[in-house]
Design a protein around this ligand. Structure first.
Ligand code: LLP
Length: 435
């Protein structure tokens, strides 16, 4: 099991994260438990900010809240000086309640409701990313009613098919997201937005997919966008302010994954954009990205308690844990692969071939389909790494499972970011109606 950030084996022979012993964490906060390495999040952001700079244009990094968002996380993002990318009224509300500066928030999404758009305009967010033509009218109507003008980007789809799981690809000629660069009326759409008295047209946004290892796909997308910007300038005389490249930078999950260090990927993007800018003399002002997974993925570890071990007649060995697809649906949904270890046995060889299964009533409730583990026993604490992104945010109460707590650890202290749910949380909105 690869260890990230401040994770290490401590003097007791146990996994510690942020200077806190995971055996103690499991005792204090119960399992399952999401543990976030705050220092790793912070140093990753620092590295990204350092690498994503240009002397030719401005740069801005927005954290994609969909990867992991709580009010505490929003505060941390604010403190680290990033902008925030939200995709729903719920994420926007979380940021608002955390006191996140609204003029640093972008909102995208392929079907933002009227209420969500109203909320965005009322809060005065920095930019709304227009995903399709229907949205133009809605935002104009809201701005007209409220006497406001809203800054917008247009999400375009450059038609780049990155190598990643088909569920997390977001570009291609049949994508549900954005307006294709090859759509005949894109020029008309740009003109319409650019001429609107209620909209301030700032530029283009794209996001080609997630967990992408080959940085060349980002370069291909940039190239398409710059060719288009050139055309736009020559034919319509429009110079955009912002190009937002989205997120999608891949991270290590399991042996064999070999992502380029994020600093290198970002530097490549900067270098290439500078070259494009010189080549086309476009004069745009700001390059944005909105990474999620690459900021929080490796910083998260989930702790579980082993409750049973079963060897099937078919020769498969299961290790049962007290969570499952309710706290991490990624294996069931995308055939994601993870590494695991028994937190007090990490110095032992991981030689036992096992399937780590959850406790939910579903055969697909598997966390690790096939992995190597130290010899597990009932009562052991099992850690699964790289669960910082898209686990808590995709968690559910299926089987009326209660959602685990989330703690941030740093400098030997653990702070609760989300309390563990209780039975009362589960029935909070239930009504016993007259039968
Ligand atoms: N910007 C936009 C417009 C996005 O749609 C996404 C992710 C991001 C930024 C952040 O992408 P990241 O840097 O985190 O890859 N649930 C899936 C991932 C879905 C990603 C959706 N969009 C998973 O668990 O792998």
């Amino acid at each position: 099991m690869k260890l990230f950030g401040t994770s290490k084996i401590n003097e007791n022979g146990n996994l510690s994260i942020g200077g806190v012993d995971t055996v103690e964490l499991a005792k204090e906060f119960k399992t399952p438990l999401y543990v976030m390495d705050q220092e790793l999040i912070e140093t990753t952001i620092d590295k990204m900010k350092e690498a994503f700079k240009s002397s030719r244009f401005g740069t801005q990094i927005a954290y994609a809240g969909k990867a992991f968002l709580t009010t505490g996380m929003a505060k941390l993002v604010e403190k680290k000086g990033l902008e925030l990318d939200v995709v729903s009224g719920g994420e926007l509300y979380t940021a608002y309640k955390a006191g996140f500066p609204m003029n640093r928030v972008h909102m995208h999404g392929n079907n933002k409701t009227y209420e969500e758009l109203e909320m965005a305009v009322d809060y005065g967010i920095k930019e709304i990313v227009i995903d399709n033509e229907d949205e133009i009218e809605k935002i104009e109507k809201i701005c007209k009613e409220k006497g406001k003008k809203q800054a917008v980007l247009i999400r375009i789809d450059p038609g780049i098919e990155a190598h990643t799981h088909s569920y997390i690809k977001t570009s291609g000629l049949t994508s549900k997201f954005g307006i294709s660069l090859f759509q005949a009326n894109l020029f008309d759409i740009v003109k319409r937005i650019n001429n609107s008295q209620y909209l301030d047209f700032r530029g283009f946004h794209t996001h080609i997919g997630s967990q992408i290892f080959q940085s060349v796909f980002f370069i291909f997308a940039l190239e398409e966008i710059f060719k288009y910007l050139d055309k736009l300038k020559k034919e319509l005389g429009i110079v955009v302010h912002t190009v937002n490249m989205g997120g999608g930078f891949g991270v290590y999950y399991k042996e064999g994954d070999d992502p380029k260090p994020i600093e290198e990927v970002l530097k490549e993007i900067i270098t290439y954009t500078e070259a494009m800018e010189i080549k086309y003399q476009i004069g745009f002002s700001e390059l944005n990205i909105e990474p999620g997974r690459s900021i929080v993925g490796n910083a998260g570890t989930t702790l579980y308690t082993v409750g049973g071990i079963k060897e099937t007649v078919g020769g498969k060995k299961y290790v049962f844990v007290d969570g499952g697809m309710s706290d991490n649906i990624r294996t069931a949904l995308y055939q994601a692969e993870y590494e695991a270890g028994i937190v007090n046995k990490l110095e032992e060889k991981a030689e036992d071939e096992v399937t780590v299964a959850g406790k939910l009533c579903e055969s697909g409730d598997i966390l690790i389909q096939k992995g190597k583990l130290q010899k597990a026993e009932v009562g052991d604490i099992l850690a699964i790494t790289t669960t910082g992104a898209y686990c808590y945010t995709m968690s559910s109460n299926y089987n009326r499972m209660i959602k685990p707590a989330v703690v941030f650890v740093k400098d030997g202290k653990a702070k609760v970011a989300v309390k563990r749910e209780t039975g009362d949380d589960l029935i909070r909105n239930d009504e016993i109606f007259e039968l």
